[in-house]
Design a protein around this ligand. Sequence first.
Ligand code: FE2
Length: 587
Amino acid sequence: MRGGGDLQPLLEAIARVISVSLGFGTVVINLHRPAWDDFEVAIVHGSDEGRRVLLGTARSWESWQALLDPRFERGGAYLIPEGEFEWDTEGTVSYVPPAAGRLVPAEDHAGEDWHPEDALLVPMRAATGRLLGVVSVDDPIGGHRPSDAQLEVLSAVCDHAALAVEHAQATAEADRHRTAVQHLLRVSARLTGRRSVEDMLLAVCGGIRDALGFRRVIVSLTDGPDHRLTIRSSIGWSRDEIAALPDVPLSSISRLLRPEHQREGCVLLAREEAELLTPPELHGLHRGERNGRGPLAWRNHWLLVPLHDRDGAFTGMVWVDEPEDRLLPTTEGLQALRAFANQAIGVVESTRELEHLRHLAENGTVTGPRNQGDLEPPIQAPGLLDTLHEGSAANGEQLAAAMLLAETLDRRDPGTVRHSLTVGRLAEQTGRHLGWSAERVERVRAAGVLHDIGKLGIPDAILLKPDALDRDEWQEIRRHPEIGARILEHANLADIARWVRAHHEHLDGGGYPAGLAGAAIPAEARVLAVADAYEAMTADRPYRASIGPDAAEAELRRAAGTQFDPEIVHALIAALAEGDDGLPSPV
Ligand SMILES: [Fe+2]
């Protein structure tokens, strides 16, 4: 549950501080639960009886709104004197501490004695104003209603508490994201192309369940002339449940897949909306249990990720349901789901490729040991991966996994087949020519392979679009350095992350995302930029043939000093001229 368990010690400390330093016998902290849009009593400090009665009870958003009324506000706190609020209409549990210790009212506070039915509340708000929780205090040690000055101190303390709670929640969210990326990398590492498609799709389903917390996951692929969606892998569904699901022709879900229903490459719709867009036989196939209440909650939503092949044709989908936390996914959650779905595409694509090659081999179209070698899936680059493993033991494994992920991307986008490996090789040659140490050269080569890894977060509809991109779509594509850097940071590859983030910066400051100029762009990133451009100009793409090495070199020279670092342009051209064959250096 978001904002749950990990916060407990922090909240206990906050309650203790308020109690001891400000002199309240009872301190209760109510925390907002996004999945239910209510406030649950998370901490009761000071009274065993209060703890027994209140802990775990919840009060609706509306009822707190009624209490946090401006007429009760004093110095940022809300003091609700006895008799001024109809508590009985609430129908929720309330607890009135016994009036111990207040039998003798202090004379100088006549009329200001604390009444057992008084209530004193302080909202905890995030920087955005969002209500994170409500602190409710009772049983003041001196037996008096607090003065304005005391209320101001109390509300200042609660402001600090709110900051701490917000920070802890953001940290927990970042941790979840990091865990998801690590799962993604781990799953990638298992997609070696040597296992069956079923095994690999199951690994993807398992990754989605474990990393993103969806209890039910299905991968369907299209089959036959009417592109019927057939379930190829699932997790969280029993055999009988799967058998009861119909094979669905593509036409019956095509309205769901329109761009206007997509966010981060995923289709997320409320059930009512989804049912308007689909034929009745698809309604009520499954009624989930992990539902919540309120605007942030999951309520039988439909969440699909369409899969497309290299030509942009629809080839299947991932369907997830039953979120553990009962919440709608965040933007990061949808991006991660998209990235997992892309792995499923990678699996299917590479398998089809492999089957095609096997078919050719079996039919004698290609023969000989060299061609046999081509049957190996392209992700085998043992020399490179082994070096990195040994060279930097601490993050070698994660780096290797990230490299596999980059290869998944190459297989997904026909425009960039082998692009990553080639950029890595060119970066290596350039680094070597610049006289960099072997270690630094190896690192920049890895960065070359990884430089476009952020494209994993870009929806197929944009990445694979055959037509010209519009402004919004370009905007989307231009997020890839940042997305890539974040993936790599989560994989503890901070140096490579920094270079990848800057690989589209221009020497004169005209690049993106930050508009860095000159020496503010790391040298490695300047190398990546030149290697990337050279590869793009000299590789044959489906939509554009190579312009040839001479023209590409002329183009690099022309843009040296504005887009590119002249010294690095010179180094790359010189390295190529020296006849560096570009083969990976012997391990
Ligand atoms: Fe790029």
